[in-house]
Design a protein around this ligand. Sequence first.
Ligand code: HEC
Ligand code: HEC
Length: 359
Amino acid sequence: MTLCNFFEVKSHFWILMVVAIFSVVFVGCGNPPTEKHSSEKPAWPQLQGYEAMPVPLDNPMTEEKVALGKQLYYDQRLSGDGSRSCYSCHLKEYGLTDGKPVAIGAFEKTLTRSSPSLWNVGYHSELYWDGRSGALEKQVKGAWSGGNMGASGKNGAPNMDQICESLNEIPGYHEQFQSVFGGPATPDTVAQAVASFMRTIVATDSAWERFNNGDQSALSTRAQNGWKIFTEKAKCTNCHDGLLLTDLQYHNVGIGMDKKNPDIGRSKVSGDEKDTGAFKTPTLLDVGRSAPYFHDGSIATLEEAVDLMASGGKANKWLDEKNLKDAKDANLSDEEKADIVVFLQELNVNYPIEAPTLP
Ligand code: HEC
Ligand code: HEC
């Protein structure tokens, strides 16, 4: 606000300046100087140059709820064996993944898929590689009671209700649940709080966002060249589209299809045979940190991942040839592929969230 106050100084020179750059200053200050109360903007981040994130009517965001959800998200006491929090597999060092080929859940259970990045996940209307979950609130309970967090109620593991009972015995949680939900922790209120927190995992501090909002210099010259090849020549944007770098749709690019019992992906959810081996297009934000790659973590390096995609994916019966044709036909040189890699490496995002103190 110092800039706004500065321009209020009554000097003829400044009045002229104010007239000249009125619109810029007006936008920069956010609100007319007379409205003193309107600095109360939401405490959670929003992507610049993108539609507002949809929030379910029955789970409105409040600062207190987001703060509670954040503690739960970081709390290992939610898991069946006390070993893992949600954050354990969505770590900032690994671009909000776990750096493993496939995730290893509570009770050291090896899962079948790789942890995806959670950047901008509040904009996804369907969750998971196959989109089987229709809302973050449902997804939380799926991850919590399933293999990830192991609150299954089976083989001696506690279930979600029993874990809620323990949470309610912790005074700090008891008070917060009373204040936010007017009642004790239940699987539903825990899921609502954690979902609200996840809606704040928004990639606002990235070169990519600045670049999209007109700051060319946010990316290096080589990265800008890589971006051009990515968008215009190879048309990777047929699927990795827009500010989110994903169309949020499902495509078969051939990963894992040569296995004996391939993961059929989207077709298990849609029941449609032509979705066999199709998975949700991942965002490429922070992809320089999130190796290994693809839904089964089968590709170790970014160079190899780009090579594979630039060659038009791996041939199989259900390959999305229509959208991969441009990449294949572009016949990119090694140098062009290397420029795409540089572009992708500059899609790193700074994670502004500090681990909370737990009650
Ligand atoms: C053991 C590691 C592990 C833990 C712990 C874990 N996750 Fe995940 N997460 C995964 C894996 C693996 C997937 C992908 C599963 C799939 O697609 O079938 C995933 C997917 C997700 C997705 C979907 C992302 C997308 O792009 O669709 C969200 C959201 C998510 N997890 C949030 C959570 C929350 C909330 C918790 C805690 C309740 C949690 N995770 C705990 C490994 C983990
Ligand atoms: C047909 C749609 C489509 C096109 C076109 C496409 N991709 Fe992808 N991309 C996907 C899907 C879907 C996945 C995940 C597939 C899986 O795991 O089975 C993916 C995965 C990736 C990954 C791994 C990301 C991760 O987090 O594991 C990279 C890197 C990538 N693509 C880069 C590119 C590049 C570079 C191009 C252009 C040369 C491109 N893609 C073109 C759909 C596409």
